[in-house]
Design a protein around this ligand. Structure first.
Ligand code: TYM
Length: 334
């Protein structure tokens, strides 16, 4: 298991292959995934099992799994250092999920805000998977005994329930699971819609101008930023009533590494037009190499398959160990 060294801290995270990945996914999570690779031993999964909690078209889902793997590589996930795999290829995720569901209360799952939102949005398909989604996510995490889980702010509640489930299990059976900490960066943890900055930027938003895809063309990116909703004050600064500008400052800060104060000084006396152009251009330049690398990775399916299969083999090793330990503790015969 050469990429997991045991002496570094361990990181695990996952992303759903449902549709195009957004600038929110990039700044809230994926950028950190890439940066954490030097310091930590990292495992990154494409959460295909989670994706079917809402109806997926088979050929599209297949395509999106490939495309998400290619995009992770294009962003800089290095399979020499990190383990990249597809969740459904490691059966232990589903198996531990069942075990953990017997240590999770109906009431605590009913309180999950994502469940409430998604069941309102997909009222014709409020399936049990949508309800037990956080238990599968807890299994994804706990199987690998990670120290840190890098996610955007919207996943915080799911991380908390994973910690609660682990704590409950450990209190009955001893130290089976490590209790992981969320890693939620200060900037970028919640990138908002460009059209309605009270809402999170999301690929499922029907208003296509509200979100930027990592693979959008430079023209599309510029157009979306130029149309971004702001306010009538025409002053680039952080403000309670300035959600649109706050969001653009956050995006620009995340990409350039400048603080909000530096950004306010840079645009002192300038209009929103100049500011939006600068934010758009910074995003275009940050994503340009990703778009180019993506074309190379997606064109070579064999290489992609080799990478995710090798990843699953490594992940399996860790996952099995934890699963067996949990099963023995419960009293199953192995
Ligand atoms: P998913 O696929 O919706 O999103 C992947 C990651 O992107 C972050 N994110 C954002 N961050 C900032 N601003 C936004 N607008 C934004 N939109 C998305 C998410 O917080 C997430 O970190 N349930 C998870 C996938 C998952 C998982 C796991 C994560 C399954 N198993 C185990 C961690 C550990 C999800 O649906 O993320």
């Amino acid at each position: 298991m050469d990429n997991i060294t045991q002496n570094k801290k361990r990181v695990l995270s996952a992303i759903q292959p449902s549709g195009m990945l957004t600038l929110g996914n990039y700044l809230g999570a994926l950028k950190n995934w890439v940066n954490m690779q030097d310091e930590f031993d990292c495992l990154y999964a494409v959460a295909d099992l989670h994706a079917i909690t809402v109806r997926q078209e088979p050929s599209k889902l297949r395509q999106q799994i490939y495309s998400t793997c290619a995009l992770l590589l294009a962003l800089g996930i290095n399979p020499e250092n990190s383990v990249m795999f597809v969740q459904s290829h490691v059966a232990a995720h589903s198996q531990l999920s069942w075990l953990l569901s017997c240590y999770t209360q109906f009431g605590e799952l009913s309180r999950m805000t994502q469940f409430k939102d998604k069941s309102a949005k997909h009222a014709d398909n409020v399936n049990v998977g949508l309800f037990s989604y956080p238990v599968l996510m807890a299994a994804d995490i706990l199987l690998y005994q990670p120290d840190l889980v890098p996610v955007g702010a919207d996943q915080k509640q799911h991380l908390e329930i994973a910690r609660d489930i682990a704590g409950r299990f450990n209190s009955i059976y001893g130290d089976v699971f490590k209790i992981p900490d969320p890693y939620i960066a200060k900037t970028g943890a919640k990138i908002m819609s460009l059209q309605d900055p009270t809402k999170k930027m999301s690929k499922s938003d029907e208003n296509l101008n509200s979100w930027v895809a990592i693979l959008d063309t430079p023209d599309d990116i510029m157009r979306k930023f130029k149309r971004a909703v702001t306010d009538s004050e025409a002053k680039v600064c952080i403000g309670e009533e300035k959600l649109g500008i706050n969001n653009l400052i956050g995006i620009y800060s995340c990409i350039t590494g400048k603080t909000a104060e530096e950004i306010e000084n840079e645009f002192y006396g300038k209009g929103y037009g100049d500011f939006k152009t600068a934010v758009g251009e910074s995003v275009v330049e940050a994503l340009r190499p990703v778009r180019e690398n993506y074309q190379t990775f997606i064109a070579d399916k064999k290489q992609l398959e080799d990478i995710y299969k090798a990843g699953a083999e490594k992940a399996e090793y860790y996952a099995r160990r934890t699963l067996s330990k949990a099963m023995k503790k419960i009293g199953f015969v192995l």
